[in-house]
Design a protein around this ligand. Structure first.
Ligand SMILES: N[C@@H](CCC[C@H](N)C(=O)O)C(=O)O
Length: 279
C-alpha cells in the first residue's frame, strides 16, 4: 500500500500537514484533502501544505490547501514552518518561498523564531476582491454586531472588524455569514480585533475554508495594516491570537513583516485509503 510521508507542524496552534512533493507532487482530490483533514478518521489539519519544485529564483513553491479542500494563496504561519524545514535542510538562515501570493523572504537568527516578509498589502476594492466599488477603509457591511470593516489583501482576502471586546463576539455564528457575504466573490477571512489595556491588539479569526483557528498569520498582517489605517496601531504591534502572540511590523518599503515561532509535532505517513478520499 502506497505511503506518503508527512510532517505535522504548527505555528501557535494553527496546524499543518506538510508533504514534500519536490520529487513527485502528490495527486490530491478535494475528497482526499477533506478525508485527511478529518480529525477523527484522518490526520487533521487547518492547512495541508505541499512543497513543490519552482522554476523561479526561490527555494521551493509552497501550495496551500484549506481543510475544506479549497486552495489558498497565502498562509503566514505555514510559511514560517516551511522556512524552518528549508533552513535546517540547507543549513542557512534565509530562504525564499514562492507562493500564489508572491515570493516571501524568510529570515531567522535561531531557526525557531522566524520573520517573514509578507509583501505589500493591497487595498483596492478589486484587489480584496469586493463585488462592488467600496472604500476598503470603511466597507459598507454589517453582519450582526459587526460593521464598518477594513478590507486588506495579503495575497489572500481579509476583512478586519474593530470591536470593543473581541472575546465577546460569537465568531462561530457571525464568521461564516461574513465569510460568504456576496460582497466577497472569493469569500474572505474574517478578523475581529480589539485594543487591549496595554496597547497590544487582541485578534480572533474565522478562517476562510476552515473556521476558527488558533492563529492566522496573514490575518495578523492584515490587522496591523487595518489598525494603522484606523489610528489604532503605529508601525509595530504585538497581536495576541488564541494560540499566542505574533510580532508585526510595517516596513519603510510598505511591506508587512511577521515574526513568530514554529513547532514540529511529529512525522507520519498517509495511507492510500486516505489519499483516495475514503475517510
Ligand atoms: N492560516 C493561514 C491562512 C490560511 C489560508 C486562509 N484560510 C485562506 O483561505 O485565505 C495563515 O496563517 O495565514
Amino acid at each position: 500500500m502506497e505511503q506518503i510521508p508527512f510532517i505535522k507542524m504548527h505555528g501557535l496552534g494553527n496546524d499543518f500537514v506538510i508533504i514534500d512533493g519536490r520529487a513527485t507532487p502528490p495527486e490530491l482530490s478535494g475528497a482526499a484533502l477533506r478525508a485527511i483533514a478529518d480529525r477523527h478518521r484522518g490526520v487533521g489539519y487547518d492547512q495541508l501544505i505541499v512543497m513543490e519544485p519552482t522554476a523561479h529564483d526561490a527555494d521551493i513553491f509552497m501550495r496551500i490547501y484549506n481543510s475544506d479542500g479549497s486552495e489558498a494563496e497565502a498562509c503566514g504561519n505555514a510559511t514560517r514552518c516551511v522556512a524552518h524545514l528549508l533552513m535546517e535542510e540547507a543549513d542557512k538562515n534565509a530562504v525564499t518561498i514562492e507562493t500564489r501570493a508572491g515570493f516571501l523572504a524568510a529570515t531567522t537568527e535561531d531557526r525557531q523564531h522566524i520573520v517573514i516578509d509578507m509583501g505589500l498589502p493591497k487595498l483596492g476594492w478589486q484587489d480584496i476582491p469586493l463585488s462592488r466599488e467600496e472604500d476598503t477603509k470603511h466597507i459598507n457591511l454589517t453582519v450582526g454586531p459587526l460593521s464598518d470593516p477594513v478590507g486588506v489583501n495579503m495575497g489572500n482576502p481579509h476583512v478586519v472588524f474593530f470591536v470593543e471586546d473581541a472575546e465577546a463576539v460569537d465568531l462561530e455564528k457571525w464568521g461564516p455569514i461574513a465569510e460568504t457575504d456576496p460582497i466577497f466573490p472569493a469569500k474572505a477571512n474574517i478578523s475581529v480585533v480589539s485594543k487591549m489595556e496595554n496597547g497590544d491588539l487582541r485578534l480572533r479569526v474565522w478562517e476562510r475554508g476552515v473556521g476558527i483557528t488558533l492563529a492566522c498569520g496573514s490575518a495578523a498582517c492584515a490587522t496591523i495594516v487595518a489598525a494603522n489605517i484606523r489610528g489604532l496601531a503605529g508601525k509595530e504591534a504585538t497581536l495576541h491570537l488564541n494560540g499566542g502572540p505574533l510580532d508585526l511590523r510595517l516596513g519603510e518599503n510598505g511591506h508587512v513583516f511577521m515574526g513568530g515561532p514554529i513547532a514540529t509535532a511529529y512525522h507520519g505517513t498517509l495511507d492510500a485509503n486516505l489519499l483516495k478520499g475514503a475517510a
